[in-house]
Write a protein that binds this ligand. Structure first.
Ligand code: ADP
Ligand code: MG
Length: 580
């Protein structure tokens, strides 16, 4: 008879396997430790990171603490103080409940716990290697807990190998800390990396200031406060006014019962609320909190609880987008009919502005008649164009479909995609000026200030020299603020702040060690700096664009290889009309 093949796994193997589900990378450890500190009712949480979490992740809190026995128990799998039977799951308001985080972390690191549950009482110190207790002794500490995770993945080389480079792992840690900073404004957070302070949010720092710190002053300045209830859900937080949007969803944060989640239902509801108010490819920013009866949601469908399931998703989606749309209408009324300061409703619609000045927005509604010769976006999303008299044109060119320049010649018509053409022109211009250091630079009469998020500011510090190569002179202006002093002359009429922020955002998804940042920046700056579909051009602008395109080395395609122009000859007309 053949030998049995099936056998039970040894405990340490089980430990490492399940650790993989909860502890994917340093950022997941940071998340679990902060959650435990919050569940222990702390109002001060300090996080120290070494080598982006590879050598050290230390989280110290001033919460309930544990006695020596509990501290040891807490490191066993399925040891928790938060849940006893299945019914508790329905009422759950703590962040943790499965009792597996500490055990999982302990299984793949050297773990130190110092904790004290009562003032004046002896604290406990515990040291574990790969979940095995190696030392325990009394210690001294104020009430609260410090957990230090050292040499993460020392015994799981495969995991260690899959860690990304330091700046990427650190960025993920900063994202995680950011979620807690905005969802727990009553808690002090401090984050240090290799001894350098990256973030400090003191207890008295309120939500708008925290959003400014995490998403950057520019995003925060374009946001309005929302607050409403619908179908048993309460929704509150800050969302962008429709005129202030971004090129991706990086600054969207959703929280369900204060837990950060990724949720398609929620991001779709948000996008729906802006229906017809946004240009294609633009997304709102948000820090949106949903409060729901814990019995109506399931947070137990994902190992790190990043996903949630709602009982009635279509109803939820409808009520969120309707509710937010209602907020826009009231915001619109507020922004045109200035309400008295004492109006209790006003509070909800004032765009965030920290200095106390009101933020100007270009939030327009289609009430005015459309002026001849102009485009206007109606709230239905349709671009309306009132044609000018066609007679008296000085030029054999016109623009159709918001995007195409049609040039009529004697024996052909040439149709040019204005964005693709401009992108090609800029691409060749930047490539040449970077190579020959020949680009002309325009000093800004009114330098533009940009207020970045604390993580984008780290990226900006790395890229200022590269920006300079292209002709952008950007200076650090304290904290996370920068001043754009000069720009490539070729872009002087573009919305320069948006160009810089979009290029930064494009580059944030790259590993800077693996790409040529200048090369990549040239591509992005050409795309972001180029005129877009929908931009109205004057006759002169159309003419200049086509002339410049004709001077390009490779005028026929944009840098992505799409055609810039197509030509239809009379010969072809004749074939189509079956004359030939
Ligand atoms: P869970 O959070 O799901 O209960 P964990 O493994 O994260 O599981 O933690 C196990 C237990 O350890 C918690 O239930 C809690 O009682 C205790 N604990 C962990 N961290 C702390 C802390 N910072 N302060 C006080 N108690 C803690
Ligand atoms: Mg926990």
């Amino acid at each position: 008879m053949a030998e049995n093949k099936v056998h039970l796994l040894k405990d340490d193997v089980i430990g490492k396997i399940s650790a993989g589900e909860v502890v994917e990378r340093p950022a997941s450890v940071v998340k679990e430790l902060i959650e435990n500190a919050i569940d222990a009712a702390s109002n001060r949480i300090h996080i120290d990171i070494g080598d982006a979490g590879r050598s050290l992740i230390r989280v110290a809190d001033n919460g309930e603490g544990m006695n020596a026995e509990d501290a040891e128990l807490a490191c066993l799998r399925h040891a928790t103080s938060k849940l006893t039977d299945m019914n508790d799951l329905e009422k759950l308001l703590t962040l943790g409940f499965r009792g597996e985080a500490l055990a999982s972390i302990a299984a793949v690191s050297h773990l130190e716990i110092t904790t004290s549950s009562e003032k004046g009482r002896e604290a406990a110190y515990l040291y574990l290697e790969g979940a095995r207790v190696c030392a325990k002794r009394p210690a001294a500490r104020e009430r609260g807990t410090t957990i230090a995770v050292k040499n993460l993945f020392y015994n799981v080389p495969a995991r260690k190998k899959f860690l990304k480079k330091e700046s990427t792992e650190l960025a993920m840690i900063m994202d995680v800390v950011g979620y807690f900073v905005v969802s727990y404004p009553e808690i002090e957070f401090k984050l240090q990396h290799d001894g350098r302070e990256l973030l400090h949010a003191p207890v008295n720092m309120r939500l708008p200031e925290r959003i400014r710190l995490i998403l950057g002053g520019d995003v925060a300045a374009g946001m309005m406060e929302v607050d409403f209830s619908s179908h048993g859900y309460k929704i509150s937080g800050h969302i962008s006014v429709p005129a202030s949007t971004r090129k991706d969803k990086r600054s969207q944060m959703f929280f369900v019962n204060k837990r950060y989640v990724r949720s398609k239902i929620l991001s779709d509801s948000l996008q729906d609320a802006y229906k017809s108010l946004l240009e294609k490819g633009r997304y709102p920013s948000c820090v949106l909190f949903l409060e729901a009866n814990p019995a109506e949601i399931d947070v137990n469908i994902h190992p790190t609880k990043l996903l949630v399931k709602f009982d009635n998703e279509p109803a939820l989606k409808g009520s969120i987008s309707e509710g937010l749309r209602g907020m826009f209408d009231r915001y619109k009324n507020f922004s045109t009919v200035s309400m008295p300061q004492s109006d209790p409703e006003k509070k909800s619609f004032v765009p965030i502005s920290i200095e106390g000045t009101e933020v100007q927005t270009e939030f327009k509604y289609d009430t005015a008649p459309i002026a001849p010769g102009t485009y206007q976006t109606l709230s239905s999303g349709i671009k309306a164009y009132a044609p000018e008299g066609v007679s008296g044109r000085r030029c054999n060119m016109f623009q159709v479909g918001d995007c195409y320049i049609v040039k009529v010649e004697k024996n052909e018509i040439m149709v040019t995609d204005q964005h693709a053409a401009h992108e090609r022109i800029l691409y060749e211009y930047f490539s040449r000026s970077a190579r020959e250091r020949s680009g002309s630079v325009q000093n800004l009469l009114f330098p533009a200030r940009i207020d970045l998020s604390y993580s984008d500011s780290i990226l900006m510090n790395k890229l200022t020299d590269n920006f300079k190569t292209l002709g952008f002179d950007i200076e650090h202006f304290g904290e996370n603020s920068y001043i754009i002093q000069a720009v490539p002359a070729i872009l002087k009429d573009r919305d320069i702040k948006n160009v810089v922020m979009d290029v930064l955002s494009d580059l944030s998804s790259h590993n800077l060690d693996k790409i040529d940042p200048v090369e990549e920046m040239i591509k992005y700056a050409s795309c972001r700096g180029a005129i877009k579909a929908g931009d109205r051009l004057s006759d002169e602008e159309m003419m200049t664009l086509l002339n410049r395109l004709a001077e390009c080395e490779l005028p026929f395609t944009c840098p992505h290889g799409r055609p810039t122009s197509i030509t239809i000859t009379v010969d072809e007309f004749e074939k189509r009309f079956r004359r030939k």
